[in-house]
Each structure stands twice: as structure tokens, then as C-alpha cells.
Design a protein around this ligand. Structure first.
Ligand SMILES: O=c1ccn([C@@H]2O[C@H](COP(=O)(O)O)[C@@H](O)[C@H]2O)c(=O)[nH]1
Length: 281
């Protein structure tokens, strides 16, 4: 039986640092790499990125949208990417942001979190806007299999605040309180993570959202192309930096297709983030 996801993630970050390489093979990126915008193009890019990521970061986050563009053939490549992560000892964060009524959520949970399913990942992103309770089938299935979920809390895009910071306590604060209940008693942190952008310009606490108390690992997008840097991550998550996993996609991928340049970019972000977060402890 696998240990719970928080333990697995903590071990991966201890060994490889907080970087999570993002895999967002957009048409634009494939063209910059001189690759066709086809399933074969997705496959070549994915193999090169996994090669560069292996042993240099804790996790890889494929963005499902860019694979789904190609229908069944694109999704088949996504399955290969997830298998490649398993083979190379990289934790996978499948970014699909699923959320639905409980009965349908059970179907999504089986697709992404059940042992042996072609799209099974180590962890998956979920949207709580049908109510946090509707995510229960995914939280439970993930937990039984040593996998994790990442629930949208305070997203990195500026529009997110119009929904997430409404009310007192805010929508985000209520979601985080539910996550805290699910993570109670789990150490070093829980298996229900939170997505909190590195672009907030404030700590979550300053926005009235107590992420520290939720014992949740934090997936902190917004670094690189969206404008945040390692110092922003350290400032935003001061006091909980040991649980922050930082996905960087476009900025890493823009270093390719040259394999050495790609590896160097992964190593540079890895060191920069590791040092900045260690300083903020
Ligand atoms: O709040 C969120 C949640 C998810 N994302 C996703 O992360 C990557 C970011 O890509 P970059 O190139 O590193 O900006 C992308 O897949 C988003 O869908 C996010 O940006 N913000």
C-alpha cells in the first residue's frame, strides 16, 4: 500500500525541491519547437520534457486541455505522459480542474484516481464550485490509493478574486476550512492540496484565507509567464514554504527544444525556488 500523498509529496520535494515542470503543449509552443501541432508533436515534446525533468524536479503537471484539443489521439498521448512520469519517478499532477455533482464526480474520480485506469495520476486538480462536499468521491478514492487532489482556492488569474473573495468569510476561506477538516491529523501535511496563486501580491492570511491552518500542500501557479518570481513565492507563502509545489510551464518550455538549454532551465528554476523558499523558512 502506498503511503498517503502528503508523505509521498514531502519526500519528493525533500529530494528534488519545490519545482513542478508544467507541460502545456499549445500550438504556439509546438511551432516554436519546430514540431507539428499533432499527436506526434505532443509526444515528441512530452518525451523531451520528461527527459529534462527526471531527477531535477519533484513533479510534472500536464495540462489536459492541450492534449484534449486533439481528441482521442491527444488523450492517448496524455496517457503516455502519465505512464512516463511513473516510469521516471516523477509525481504527476494532472491539471483538469474537474468538479460536478457527487454521482458524476465519482466517474471523474474513477477516471483519474483509480488504480490501473489509463489516465490515473498521482494527483488531480479539482474545482469546488459545485460545493466542496460534491468532491467527496474524489477525495476518498484518492486517499484510499495514496493519491492526492488539489482544490482551487485562490487562483493565479486576476478574475478569480471576483468569485473567490466574495463574502465574509469568503468563498475561498470556506473552501480552505473544509480542506483543513479533511487534512486533520495527517503529517507532515495532508493529501488534499490547495491551488493558491503566487501572483496574489499578499499572503493568503492578509486576504482573510487561513491556508497555514489547513495543513494542505499548496500548488502555486503564476511563476514565470504570469509574472511572479521565486521571491514572490517566498513572500506569499512565508511560514509554510516546506509545503509549496511550484509549477512553471511556459518559462521552462520556452528554453527548448535544445535538450541542454531545457535541462539548464529546469535546474535553474529548481535551484532558485529551493533557495528562495529555504530562506523564507
Ligand atoms: O490558478 C491557476 C490554476 C492553474 N493554472 C494552470 O497552471 C499553468 C500555468 O502555466 P504557466 O505557463 O506557468 O503560466 C497552466 O496550465 C494553467 O492552466 C494557473 O495558471 N493558475
Amino acid at each position: 500500500m502506498r503511503p498517503h500523498f502528503g508523505t509521498r509529496l514531502a519526500a519528493a520535494m525533500e529530494e528534488h525541491g519545490p519545482l513542478c515542470v508544467g507541460l502545456d503543449p499549445s500550438a504556439d509552443l509546438l511551432s516554436r519547437w519546430g514540431l507539428p501541432d499533432t499527436p506526434d508533436g505532443l509526444r515528441s515534446l512530452g518525451e523531451a520534457v520528461l527527459e529534462a525533468a527526471e531527477g531535477r524536479c519533484a513533479a510534472v503537471k500536464p495540462q489536459s486541455a492541450f492534449y484534449e484539443r486533439h481528441g482521442a489521439a491527444g488523450v492517448a498521448v496524455l496517457e503516455e505522459v502519465l505512464a512516463g512520469c511513473r516510469d521516471r519517478g516523477l509525481l504527476s499532477v494532472l491539471d483538469v480542474k474537474r468538479g460536478d455533482i457527487g454521482s458524476t464526480m465519482a466517474g471523474y474520480a474513477e477516471a483519474y484516481l483509480a488504480e490501473g485506469r489509463p489516465l490515473a495520476a498521482d494527483s488531480v486538480t479539482l474545482s469546488p464550485y459545485l460545493g466542496y462536499g460534491s468532491l467527496r468521491p474524489a477525495v476518498e478514492l484518492a486517499r484510499r490509493g495514496g493519491r492526492g487532489v488539489w482544490v482551487l482556492g485562490l487562483t493565479s488569474n486576476p478574475e478569480g478574486r471576483d468569485v473567490q473573495l466574495v463574502g465574509r468569510p469568503s468563498v475561498a476561506a470556506r473552501v480552505v476550512a473544509e480542506v483543513a477538516r479533511d487534512n486533520a491529523g495527517l503529517a507532515p501535511f495532508g493529501d488534499v492540496g490547495l491551488v493558491v496563486g503566487a501572483t496574489l501580491g499578499a499572503t493568503p492570511g492578509e486576504l482573510g484565507v487561513d491556508v497555514v491552518a489547513a495543513a494542505a500542500p499548496v500548488l502555486a501557479p503564476g511563476v514565470g509567464a504570469q509574472g511572479a518570481g521565486a521571491a514572490d513565492v517566498a513572500r506569499t507563502f512565508a511560514g509554510m514554504t516546506e509545503r509549496v509545489l511550484v509549477p512553471v510551464s511556459r518559462d521552462v518550455l520556452s528554453a527548448g527544444p535544445d535538450a541542454v538549454a531545457l535541462r539548464d532551465r529546469v535546474s535553474r528554476w529548481s535551484e532558485e525556488l529551493r533557495e528562495a523558499l529555504a530562506r523564507a523558512r
